[in-house]
Design a protein around this ligand. Structure first.
Ligand SMILES: NC(=O)c1ccc[n+]([C@@H]2O[C@H](COP(=O)([O-])OP(=O)(O)OC[C@H]3O[C@@H](n4cnc5c(N)ncnc54)[C@H](O)[C@@H]3O)[C@@H](O)[C@H]2O)c1
Length: 331
């Protein structure tokens, strides 16, 4: 039996990217079980899959879930993701992101599960010397969060040396947007990312958005990032599981569009979607912000047969529609 015939365990499947990936997997005909603590996720976001509420560090729970649901592959999203928080509370990140993943990997190996797709991050490159960024760029994390991702990549590599485990580490650029049917999106309560903050500024008008730095050496002076639609990310996970199921070796892959957009590009697209300007103020540069980073996505296409389909306009339009629907529903 191919591992593609069994169930996919999605850790963190009640979170933002995880919940979109659960849907993509179900649409691809895969059986799915979600393991999530619900600390930062929502039960309602898990559509069409059973949810086990618990911790990835609970090896017995991980093993029991794999055995009871016939798990053959894992997509591992569960982690903390705030760069700022990680610098103030390092132990929280080492324990959850790093030690928790080691326990999960042990549970997988103990139950004969060998295919893991891991949520890594472009932040493992720190401030890249060359853009677009290729996978052979230096790994040079500039925060404890980013270091936790780089460490997990190495942990998975070493489990690959000592067991049959094989992994795909997906180094996401900036995930954004919401589902096209407005059922799920990125909750701004927990997020400090630009797109939800722009939505909050234009929809709630409770506070003006701060743009950190307008004197960078970029066309409009603001920082440049690679925004990738969450549905494109979700589709890449389906492809990564196919790759492993077909015998693919351990690999790390950038997931981006290859197109850099500035902070002002995002605010202009938001104004277009909302039909009104985003209230914002210019603020001084923030320490540790790379000026410009965007992916070279060619390895993802060559390895996984995956390419992003959606552009910044669709990212912002779906995000706006989802946030507005949440407000209209009184949530
Ligand atoms: N959002 C981005 O732009 C981005 C970029 C790069 C990498 N990532 C990575 O992608 C993954 C998913 O990100 P997201 O934006 O969907 O985050 P999210 O916070 O929305 O989702 C994470 C989910 O994991 C759960 N979780 C956390 N710790 C857990 C634990 N110990 N046991 C069980 N469940 C746990 C949370 O309750 C939450 O539902 C994270 O690993 C993040 O570091 C995200």
């Amino acid at each position: 039996m191919s591992t593609l015939d069994g169930t996919v365990l999605v850790t963190g499947g009640a979170g933002y990217i995880g919940s979109h990936t659960v849907r993509a997997l179900r649409e691809a005909g895969r059986d799915v079980v979600v393991l999530d603590s619900l600390e930062l996720g929502r039960r309602e976001a898990v559509i069409d899959a059973p949810l086990v509420v618990g911790e990835i560090a609970d090896k017995d729970l991980g093993s029991a879930t794999c055995n009871e649901h016939g798990v053959t592959q894992v997509v591992h999203f569960a982690a903390y993701k705030s760069v700022g928080e990680s610098m103030g509370s390092p132990g929280k990140y080492w324990r959850n992101n790093v030690a928790g993943t080691a326990e999960l990997a042990e549970a997988c190996i103990a139950t004969g599960v060998h295919d893991i797709v891991f949520s890594s991050s472009c932040s493992v490159y720190g401030t890249p010397e060359i853009v677009p960024v290729t996978e052979d760029a230096a790994i040079d994390p500039e925060s404890i969060y980013a270091e936790s991702k780089a460490m997990v990549e190495r942990i998975l590599y070493w489990y690959g040396q000592t067991s049959e485990l094989r992994s795909v580490s997906l180094r996401y650029f900036n995930a954004a947007g919401a589902s096209f049917d407005t059922r799920i999106g990125e909750d701004w309560t927990y997020s400090i990312n630009l797109v939800p903050l722009a939505m909050k500024a234009v929809l709630l008008k409770d506070r003006r958005l701060q743009v950190f730095g307008d004197d960078y050496d970029t066309p409009d002076g603001t920082c440049i990032r690679d925004y990738i639609h969450v549905n494109d990310l979700a589709a890449a996970h389906v492809k990564a599981l196919d790759y492993l199921g077909n015998g693919g070796e351990t690999v790390a892959v950038n997931l981006g569009t290859g197109i850099g957009s500035s902070v002002l590009d995002v605010l202009n697209a938001t104004a277009e979607a909302a039909g009104e300007e985003v209230p914002y103020d210019m603020a001084p540069r923030r320490a540790g912000d790379p000026v410009s980073t965007f992916a070279d996505p060619s390895f993802a296409e060559a390895t996984l047969g995956w390419k992003a389909k959606h552009d910044l306009t669709e990212i912002v339009q779906t995000a706006y529609t989802w946030h507005k629907s949440q407000l209209d529903d009184g949530r």
